[in-house]
Design a binder for this molecule. Structure first.
Ligand SMILES: Cc1cc2nc3c(=O)[nH]c(=O)nc-3n(C[C@H](O)[C@H](O)[C@H](O)COP(=O)(O)OP(=O)(O)OC[C@H]3O[C@@H](n4cnc5c(N)ncnc54)[C@H](O)[C@@H]3O)c2cc1C
Length: 420
């Protein structure tokens, strides 16, 4: 059985970001994804907010043109135009981004197992000695090449993980198991951590060759039927055009709603007649806020698996970048100190309080189930005060909390400068 310091299940943005940061620290990492090709079956529009592309470096050509103009529409297509003097959004070329991050991981020694499904994991403790006597079949790490401390006998906690690749079972063991396996995380279940219970469903088509007149645009449509509790959207930055709908699952068929939206609304805003439909994307977006119990001594959760999505905007990409960075720091500390309990510092409690207002606003949005009520709410948004709120939601330089500066973790973070 091969052993690793860290096994990460899921090579979406959260898993890749965590793997690449850890890979810079000479940690033995296995990254696993059930997909054969990470550029296929993407389930995000890929809109990054200003805070993310200002705070993190992105590989060349992975971000589209800046979008500074947003138009909101009521069910009766009344408009509210929001213009910012900043570059507020950029749509990521997600396939290229995933590939670039994966290449960095592999270059730094991460083992990547594609087309491999996480099946289950169990806790195991064993005595590991200076001679490594219990590590049958396992290659001893190069001196100084791992966080294993060979100095003393001790009891280690391991997770034994079963993966399935092309009908074969692969069993590995790890000190830290990271669940980056999306909104319905199997890892969360097996680690007996919290699981997402509230989500919206999104569905979109991506087009190439849609003419862009004027500046790149993001159009957001409030509609209780076509996007109950959320939005329908069109983003066009002149490179790719995304047309999609999202809403609470009960009584909402995303594909049907999309069809209606595309023909009766979107057709008036973008001309897709001569455009090429490249792909469809879709999936669940957890909107119940960061889960409380997202770590124990065996491992932790990141990205959608941790519920790390803004409950109001349903933006999960910034949290992927930030929470994964924090997770990598905690995991480094856990491996360096060789104390499994260090992982308990990675708690969802730290973040939940910061989402109270956004959770409240989500509750309010959820109640707007009638077009007439939405129309009334929209009238308020078009007023002076309402517009300020809308601008704050769309343009505030904020997203997921900046964890490094948090009081409770400052000491922990100060020791590590995991670069961007
Ligand atoms: C339609 C849609 C549009 C969105 N648009 C935006 C947006 O524009 N901006 C924004 O900020 N947020 C957006 N979001 C939310 C955002 O995309 C997600 O929060 C983010 O992508 C989550 O990344 P992740 O790495 O946690 O999960 P994922 O991207 O879901 O990655 C999970 C990975 O785990 C793998 N996996 C799952 N189970 C297993 C298993 N058992 N074994 C092995 N591998 C497994 C999957 O193959 C996948 O590669 C959108 C979401 C949706 C659904």
């Amino acid at each position: 059985m091969k052993s690793f310091d860290v096994v990460i299940i899921g090579a979406g943005l959260a898993g890749l970001q965590c793997a690449r940061l850890l890979s810079r620290e000479k940690i033995r990492i296995l990254l696993v994804d059930r997909k054969k090709d990470l550029t296929k079956g993407i389930h995000t529009t890929g809109i990054f907010v200003r805070k993310t592309f200002e705070d993190f470096e992105f590989p060349p050509k992975t971000l589209g043109k800046a979008i500074s103009n947003v138009t909101l529409y009521s069910p009766k297509l009344k408009t509210l135009k929001l213009n910012s003097e900043n570059d507020e959004f950029r749509v990521g070329n997600m396939g290229l981004l995933y590939e670039s991050y994966l290449a960095e991981c592999i270059e730094n020694g991460v083992e990547f197992l594609n087309e491999a499904r996480y099946v289950t994991s169990t806790a195991a403790s064993n005595i590991s000695t200076a001679s490594g006597s219990d590590r049958a079949g396992e290659r001893d790490p190069e001196p100084g090449n791992s966080y294993q401390n060979p100095a003393a006998s001790r009891t280690d906690r391991w997770s034994v993980i079963d993966l399935e690749k092309q009908g074969e079972t692969i069993r590995v063991k790890t000190k830290v198991l990271i669940g980056a396996d999306g909104a319905r995380s199997r890892v969360a279940k097996d680690l007996e951590l919290d699981e997402n219970t509230e989500w919206i469903i999104g569905y979109e088509e991506v087009y190439q060759g849609v003419p862009l007149e004027g500046e790149p645009q993001l159009h957001c449509f409030l509609d209780a039927k076509l996007s109950p509790g959320y939005l329908a959207w069109i983003s066009n930055d002149g490179e790719e055009t995304h047309i999609g709908v999202g809403g609470y699952p009960s009584g909402f068929d995303p594909r049907k709603a999309y069809k209606v939206f595309k023909s009766s609304v979107a057709a008036n805003f973008v001309n897709i007649e001569n455009a090429e439909m490249k792909e469809t994307r879709g999936g669940r977006i957890p909107v119940g806020g960061v889960l409380k119990n997202i770590a124990n001594e065996r491992g932790l959760l990141i990205g959608d698996a941790a519920g790390a999505v803004s409950p109001l905007t349903a933006g999960g990409l910034d949290p992927c970048m930030r929470l994964s960075k924090f997770a990598a720091e905690v995991v480094c500390e856990r491996l360096r100190s060789d104390e499994a309990a260090v992982l308990n510092r990675y708690s969802g409690e730290m973040f939940r309080a910061k989402f109270t207002t956004r959770l409240l606003m989500r509750r309010i949005l959820k109640t707007f189930t009638y077009q007439s009520l939405l129309e009334m709410g929209f009238r308020f948004l078009r007023g002076e005060f309402g517009k300020k709120i809308a601008e704050k939601i769309f343009f505030r330089r904020a997203s997921f909390p900046d964890i490094e500066t948090d009081k409770t973790t400052r000491r922990l973070s100060a020791g590590h400068i995991l670069s961007r």
